[in-house]
Design a protein around this ligand. Structure first.
Ligand SMILES: NC(=O)c1ccc[n+]([C@@H]2O[C@H](COP(=O)([O-])OP(=O)(O)OC[C@H]3O[C@@H](n4cnc5c(N)ncnc54)[C@H](O)[C@@H]3O)[C@@H](O)[C@H]2O)c1
Length: 358
């Protein structure tokens, strides 16, 4: 069992059965427990949880449809209604059992319900384990705009048990690897190359790297929980990644990690044309990432609409587009002001490298 020092909550990596989870549940012995799952975690993860922990035998289960398109207000509304029907109070416990979609949505729902109800995250996807379940960002999408509505709110605990990864589809493992690559690109060159090596053989995750990766995020968040400065480096690859994910949500349905992987290569290209990143480092990033994540076909209309979305990105300040840039593999800066034309130049460059995913 590995215990990580998070801001104000328990963060444990290892078998749930050996963790403090059971003891934690005892502190909610006379309180209601509600487990939020999606179709897949209902099928693959919930049976293990409720058969292993007697304390959950009377828990209510709220089943949501899987998929990023369901991380939205109408679903949140229906869960608030269900919590009200179950007469859940502020001191009861919501357990988010799922990938980043469930921990973002469930965290948001719990944080707003009666002005804040206790919740914990048990991430079941790799991306959820190394990224989404920690750091206190919760939220929902607004149409195509990713995470446009949300609050910073920490769970009471996060329990990371790699056992859940055994049923995770390969494509979703790859999506999690993308966020681990990001942690390498922004602060640990070795991690970047280790993860590239793991990707070649992506079913066999080295749990050691899981700990290294989430510790990078955890340390950054501890330094800047509300993203006033340093934490912005965790958005590397996401300025472009989010618009790609949002723009193609209903057509290509790219995983979050896939969109971020492309965003990271494109933002490395931006770093190069802005004179910050060497050609050598750029080529390493491009060749290693694009081997595993293909760039979708961009038409001129796609580029126009994605550029418009960039201007609306919540990470911007008064219409000025700001972006993280790399100065080397493992070194990242934030709040670089980038003119709109640079993004168009970047999209046009990748228009010529595309492979059609349709
Ligand atoms: N809050 C944050 O700091 C933060 C950081 C990064 C990403 N995110 C968010 O996380 C989301 C992406 O997370 P994700 O990739 O986990 O998406 P997800 O939750 O949609 O999971 C991906 C797919 O895997 C399935 N799944 C999850 N666990 C499974 C398991 N153990 N076995 C079988 N299937 C399983 C899900 O049902 C889903 O179909 C996005 O909404 C993104 O915006 C949030």
């Amino acid at each position: 069992m590995k215990y990580i020092d998070a801001i104000d909550y328990k963060l444990e990596i290892g078998s749930l059965e050996e963790s403090s989870f059971s003891q934690f549940l005892e502190s909610y012995v006379n309180r209601k427990k509600v487990i939020i799952v999606d179709d897949n975690t209902h099928e693959h993860c919930l049976p293990y949880l409720i058969t292993t922990f007697q304390e959950l035998s009377d828990a209510e289960v709220i089943l949501l449809p899987e998929g990023e398109e369901n991380k939205q207000m109408s679903i949140a509304y229906s869960v608030w209604e269900a919590l009200t029907d179950y007469t859940v109070s502020r001191n009861d416990l919501v357990i988010n059992l799922g990938g980043g979609m469930i921990t973002d949505l469930g965290g948001f729902i719990a944080s707003c319900y009666k002005r804040g109800c206790d919740f914990i995250n048990i991430p079941t996807s790799l991306l959820g384990m190394v990224d989404a379940s920690i750091g206190g960002k919760t939220g929902i999408n607004l149409g195509h705009f990713k995470n446009q509505i949300g609050v910073f709110s920490n769970p009471k605990a996060v329990y990371i048990d790699p056992i859940f990864l055994t049923t995770l589809p390969d494509e979703e493992m790859k999506s999690g690897y993308a966020e681990m690559l990001k942690h390498g690109l922004i602060s640990n060159k070795n991690l970047f190359f280790e993860i590239i090596e793991q990707l070649e053989n992506y079913k066999e995750l080295d749990v050691e790297f899981l700990g290294v990766s989430l510790s990078i995020k955890n340390e950054v968040v501890k330094n800047d929980p509300l993203e006033k400065g340093l934490r912005k480096i965790l958005n590397y690859g996401h300025t472009i990644g989010h618009v790609i994910e949002g723009h193609y949500m209903e057509t290509l349905n790219l995983s979050h990690g896939h969109a971020v992987a492309i965003g990271m290569v494109m933002e490395a290209f931006l770093s190069k044309i802005e004179g910050k990143l060497s050609e050598g480092d750029y080529k390493q990033i491009e060749s290693n990432i694009l081997k595993h994540f293909k760039v979708p076909t961009f038409s001129d209309d796609d580029i126009k609409s994605m550029t418009e979305m960039l201007i609306n990105d919540k990470k911007n300040d008064s219409g000025v587009i700001k972006c993280c840039l790399l100065s080397a593999i493992g070194k990242c800066s934030f709040d670089n002001v980038i003119p709109e034309e640079r993004f168009i130049e970047t999209f046009m460059h990748f228009k010529n490298l595309q492979v059609n995913l349709n």
